[in-house]
Design a protein around this ligand. Structure first.
Ligand SMILES: Nc1nc2c(c(=O)[nH]1)N[C@H]1C(S)=C(S)[C@@H](COP(=O)(O)OP(=O)(O)OC[C@H]3O[C@@H](n4cnc5c(=O)[nH]c(N)nc54)[C@H](O)[C@@H]3O)O[C@H]1N2
Ligand SMILES: Nc1nc2c(c(=O)[nH]1)N[C@H]1C(S)=C(S)[C@@H](COP(=O)(O)OP(=O)(O)OC[C@H]3O[C@@H](n4cnc5c(=O)[nH]c(N)nc54)[C@H](O)[C@@H]3O)O[C@H]1N2
Ligand code: SF4
Ligand SMILES: [Mo]
Length: 700
């Protein structure tokens, strides 16, 4: 039988690279990048290729399940889809009668395929939708909004044409988006410089021209010194600042004390090296990208670090510049009509959000809310009882701090549902598991990629589900039908696509040739001399009146991070190239490449503690401890230890990952109370652990 090639979108992480599956005899033969995307010449990353193993893995949930014993006990009753969906709908109806529809909450992983489930929530009449972003990029997004009114995704990173890229808490060569990596590598071959600012020598640092190891939590001091130097030495783009900045004089006054010499005491960075670096940046400007980070939910003050990175970009004139941060185009910007939204079928609920976003906290953007504050509402019934929760493509027991506290909170729920394609700590603790087909076994609704060259894309079904799992649109449709929203229930995905494409001039058949539909023939750069920012003044606003009114400073003075208590280390974490968060560690292929995490610790402190390379060490905090293998290295700041996130699963059905490695979030006691009041995100790195050489008794 001939191999059939099907366009899909990789679902192994949220970078969602356009991909292609070779299918023979109803089975995946191979996976590769979509050949119609030029930057994808290098194909998929290791995780992307392991999508085939995900499909074939019998360890994943294979039928709908309803809990039998106590939560987390693991006694399940396999049921039919009708039984599972009837059960959920009946329980929800009872809860709605008692508490109103606002008692239902749902959190997901964000992304471009959400329209149907958000429409479902609106149709039900609950405002309580959260995405994961309070645990990821919320500080960056709020910082971006506060300076320019353009959200985090309002600009593109034009790596391909950059002359200097700065990565600060951004490990692009391990925390991967293939298109970005390919473009950056192509630029570096053309002479683009790379600077990495990190607390450890990661793979990106190994490829960098400049590497600055900073004290954990002192990035703001580094950035203030850079701003100082740009302004003091008049290295900034003066005509650009003249044209676009509002309140530049206030920045000039504010920055005076923050010289490179001052910063050195905080960051440990030599002032002359910093000066030379700033000169290099000014020479390359405006084709410079100072990356504001991706996962910046780290400190109580991360918002200000992110805001300072955007200020640096603005001083260098990178907004709107080729090779810098050009503004992305939405279909409407190019005279095209965007997709019709299911969400627009219903009015936005008038009810206040349970997490307080938009009313108790008016400076945060309403749409995706803040997950940790939703959990606090569940814990206290303030402002009202939230008794039902759907974790939709979300594993808060792995992705939010302190799972023991979260479990106690979830115990207050009357209904906890997981929609997932793999087992997760949250799914295991749920009342109902609705198993999603892995991405190669399902199709998606159509999505838009806003970009220099925007496009519509969709995911085709490559193979039929091998178990009793379903696609998102079928699961949401099944629930919607039972809860009085038949307009969201479709028999055929093509009809959903037709609804979305109505009026766009595009048909579902147009996706057949390349898997996507381009909305412009080439990249469109807006005129850098005629930019309009989305702030009240239309300019880059150094002073954000909305924050000032709430007594939140726009330019916050530097406050040094807490030093680790005697004998303790700041716990830092990040990603590795072989795994995605917590959901690939049991993948048959990826588990073979990396089956557990280890603890990075600096050589000097390890020596004092009698710890050698590959020794087993005990990590402890607040009465919880676990054992892990040590990686002793000069490549980490001595105040910190580091572990890769996503390990330490305790899930009996996961034959490979169960019990391997440690989960970083277990060492973050009461972490949902520790968050950034200006940016909104959880401050995951405000926790300290002790490390000792493991004893025989610890290993048992
Ligand atoms: N392979 C892989 N790729 C992924 C993902 C994945 O799970 N696996 N996940 C995707 C997602 S959801 C995200 S959010 C992105 C995350 O992308 P990144 O944010 O780039 O990834 P991280 O590895 O979390 O963190 C980046 C770096 O921050 C450093 N760091 C920690 N603390 C500090 C500090 O105080 N100061 C400085 N300067 N650096 C610090 C860490 O050492 C790490 O090298 O990756 C995406 N891509
Ligand atoms: N301690 C600590 N906490 C962290 C981080 C950290 O590094 N350390 N990283 C943070 C970051 S950057 C992020 S983005 C979050 C991520 O947090 P999550 O979004 O919770 O992480 P994932 O593991 O990507 O996905 C969660 C679940 O969704 C399922 N899933 C994956 N793809 C799909 C899909 O397409 N549809 C559906 N329905 N389910 C799917 C997976 O099987 C998994 O069980 O965690 C954050 N929390
Ligand atoms: S970065 Fe890798 S895992 Fe993520 S979507 Fe792209 S190919 Fe898939
Ligand atoms: Mo993330």
């Amino acid at each position: 039988m001939a191999v059939k090639e099907v366009y899909t979108i990789c679902g192994m992480c949220t970078s969602r690279c356009p991909a292609m599956a070779g299918v023979e005899d109803g089975k995946i033969k191979y996976l590769r990048g979509n050949p119609h995307v030029p930057a994808m010449a290098s194909g998929l990353c290791a995780r992307g290729v392991a999508g085939k193993a995900l499909v074939e893995d019998p360890d994943r949930p294979r039928t709908p399940m309803i809990r039998q014993g106590a939560r987390g006990e693991g006694q399940w009753r396999a049921v039919t889809w009708d039984e599972a969906l009837d059960y959920v709908a009946d329980r929800l109806k009872t809860l709605f009668e008692k508490h109103g529809p606002r008692t239902l909450s749902l959190s997901d992983r964000g992304g471009p395929f959400r329209d149907l489930r958000r429409a479902f929530l609106r149709g039900i009449g609950t405002p309580n939708y959260c995405n994961h972003d309070a645990s990821c990029a919320r500080n960056i997004h709020h910082a971006a909004l506060s300076l320019t009114g353009l959200g985090r995704k309002g600009v593109s990173y034009d790596f391909r044409h950059a002359r200097h890229v700065v990565l600060q808490f951004r490990n692009i060569f391990e925390s991967i988006n293939v298109v970005e990596v390919s473009n950056l590598m192509a630029a570096m071959e053309q002479g683009c410089k790379l600077t990495v600012i990190d607390i450890r020598a990661n793979v990106s640092a190994a490829k960098a021209d400049n590497f600055f190891m900073v004290r954990p939590g002192a990035d703001y001091a580094f950035n203030l010194a850079v701003i100082h130097e740009l302004i003091h030495q008049r290295l900034y783009d003066a005509p650009y600042v003249e044209r676009y900045f509002k309140d530049f004089d206030q920045l000039e006054r504010f920055i005076k004390p923050y010289s490179p010499e001052w910063a050195a005491a905080e960051t440990g960075v030599d002032p002359e090296r910093l000066r030379a670096f700033v000169r290099e940046l000014a020479e390359a400007a405006p084709a410079v990208i100072w990356h504001p980070g991706w996962m910046a939910a780290r400190y109580r003050t991360s918002f200000y670090v992110c805001r300072s990175t955007y200020i640096i970009n603005a001083l260098l004139g990178t907004y709107g510049a080729k090779g810098g941060l050009p503004l992305v185009n939405k279909p409407g910007d190019l005279g095209r009509k965007g997709l019709k939204k299911f969400m627009d079928l219903y009015p936005a609920p008038e009810e206040k959000r349970a997490d307080g976003v938009g009313w108790r906290y008016p400076h945060f953007e309403k749409g995706p809310g803040l997950g940790h504050l939703l959990y606090k509402a569940m814990e206290t019934d303030d402002p009202y009882p939230v008794k039902a929760y759907i974790a939709y493509r979300h594993d808060p027991l792995m992705g939010y701090p302190d799972p023991d506290r979260l479990k106690k909170i979830f115990d207050r729920l009357d209904l906890l549902i997981s929609v997932t394609f793999s087992w997760s700590e949250t799914a295991w603790y749920s009342d109902v598991v609705l198993p999603l087909s892995p991405y190669l076994e399902r199709e998606s609704i159509i999505a838009t990629k806003n970009a220099l060259k925007p496009y519509f894309f969709l995911r085709q079904r490559a193979v039929e589900p091998r178990y009793d799992t379903r696609a998102d649109w079928q699961i949401i449709g099944g629930l919607a039908k039972r809860l009085g929203l038949p307009e969201l229930d479709y028999e055929r995905i093509e009809d959903i696509w037709r609804f979305q494409l109505d009026g766009t001039g595009v048909t579902p058949e147009d996706f057949e040739a390349t898997g996507m539909v381009q909305l412009a023939p080439a990249a469109v750069y807006r005129d850098r001399d005629a930019l309009k920012f989305k702030t009240p003044s239309g300019k880059i606003e150094i002073i954000d009146e909305k924050l000032e009114k709430l007594d939140i400073a726009s330019l916050a003075p530097y406050a040094p991070p807490q030093r680790p208590p005697q004998g303790a280390f700041r716990l830092t974490f990040g990603r590795c190239a072989y795994h995605t968060q917590g959901h690939t560690v049991n993948n048959p292929l990826l588990n073979k490449v990396m089956c557990e995490n280890c603890l990075w610790i600096h050589t000097s402190v390890a020596k004092k503690l009698g710890i050698g390379e590959k020794d087993m060490v005990k990590v402890a905090q607040n009465g919880y401890s676990g054992v892990i293998c040590a990686k002793v290295t000069d490549g980490i700041h001595p105040e910190a230890v580091f572990m890769c996130h996503g390990f330490g699963h305790c899930l009996p059905p996961e034959s490979r990952a169960n019990g391997c490695g440690l989960a970083d979030n277990r060492f973050m006691k009461d972490g949902i109370d520790i968050w950034d009041p200006a940016g909104g995100a959880v401050a995951y790195q405000e926790h300290f652990v002790t490390v000792t050489k493991a004893l025989e008794t610890d290993l048992q």
